[in-house]
Design a protein around this ligand. Structure first.
Ligand code: SF4
Length: 182
């Protein structure tokens, strides 16, 4: 894969997608922290309830090794307008558009010959009740996108490094996504 042509091709194709910001980064720049996993465990109601979240995604070290198997990464954000960001139902509804954009990006990378691993914001909500809770396999493994934080990745550090501002708005939601490719 010629890296320069590859990126140019991708950039020409993503013009139609409503991305707020994107950065080409290296998987080596990702910081994996046990502390992020601890926050999932202590503060997220989805911990232990989804194939897209810990512990189903594996240990932080397993996630790190999986990510480092890719040669490049594409970090991006999208935004959505809501009437009140504190309204979790309304706010979480906007993730579906973000995930569709993430899948579209994944397809564009695949069209250019890349193998991809997609990570998105939040746990998967494709099914009303995740098969994980019933002790069954994921119903849509090819479609489901694990959460970035589920892998222990410190998103705030990336945002700081690449000047991605955290929006201080009660009516704008910002979602992060990551495409790992090789
Ligand atoms: S696709 Fe369904 S079973 Fe798979 S992670 Fe998402 S909610 Fe769970």
């Amino acid at each position: 894969m010629n890296n320069h042509n590859f990126k140019e091709q991708i950039e020409s194709k993503i013009l139609e997608l409503p991305l707020m910001q994107y950065e080409w980064i290296s998987p080596e720049e990702l910081t994996f922290k046990e502390e992020v996993r601890q926050i999932c465990k202590q503060e997220c109601p989805m911990y232990g309830k989804s194939w897209s979240c810990p512990p189903a995604v594996g240990t932080v070290e397993e996630c790190r090794l999986r990510c480092l198997n890719y040669s490049g990464a594409f970090l991006f954000t999208t935004i959505a307008e809501v009437t009140d960001i504190a309204n979790m139902e309304e706010t979480l509804q906007t993730r579906f558009d973000h995930e569709e954009i993430t899948r579209s990006l994944g397809k564009i990378f695949q069209e250019e010959g890349a193998e991809v691993k997609l990570l998105s914001s939040e746990s998967c909500a494709i099914c009303e009740s995740c098969a994980y809770c019933e002790g069954k396999n994921c119903r849509h493994p090819e479609y489901m996108i694990p959460c970035i934080e589920s892998h222990g990745i410190l998103v705030t550090e990336l945002a700081e490094k690449y000047d991605i501002p955290f929006l201080d708005s009660m009516t704008t939601v910002q979602w992060f996504g990551l495409i790992l490719y090789r």
